[in-house]
Design a binder for this molecule. Sequence first.
Ligand code: G3P
Ligand code: CA
Length: 235
Amino acid sequence: MSPEVVAHRGASTLRPEHTLAAYELALRQGADGLECDVRLTKDGHLVCVHDRTIDRTSGGAGTVSAMTLDELRRHDFGSWHGGEPAEVLTLDALLGLAADHGKRLFVETKHPVRYAGLVERRLAEELGRHRVDAVMMSFSVLAVHRFKKLKPDVPTVLLYDRLWPKVKPHFADYAGPGVHLLRRHPDRGQGVYAWTVDDPADIALCQERGVRFLATNNPEETREHLADNLTPDQP
Ligand code: G3P
Ligand code: CA
């Protein structure tokens, strides 16, 4: 089986990350799933922003957790990348898009943050309002644990960056190594979520080693590489 292709921050090579345009392109490119990072605004909305601040990915500046949704909406999240002007994307809107297209959405909660466990509580509430196939992820063991207690039926991924222990905690359904860790431990690839996989040699490694979910910034090219690598009798 080839890995499922997960669009990392949308089709973020070609479109500004975490914008509607990036996710719509990923869907047109045939991504199997979508990935996003979420942060909580000052007035309690989950928005799709990777960094603590909006300085890198918008025309403005400031810390997400210190701004209201209305304040964030005054900034353009598209032009920095050469794209069309774009509003900050709420998780609510992205959940709606994923549900409409029947795609799995991988939601990563960022930590440490000012609002700590409130982020997972708000995520659990939002998932309750949408009929969507969601997966919760985090580098924070505590965050994955507390989310699992809130929403036992939603699959979880514990992400790994520097070290990848052989055994994962029981509340994590999948291990989520960076692809640099998979290169170091190729024998552990079966059934994992690997990120961020854009290089053809890494794509081939994921395929050979039975990776289940492959997060990439470029879903179209990744799908082409996966198809090229298949031998005629492979699914
Ligand atoms: O998909 C997991 C990956 O996104 C984790 O790293 O920094 O890109 O959020 P980062
Ligand atoms: Ca992420």
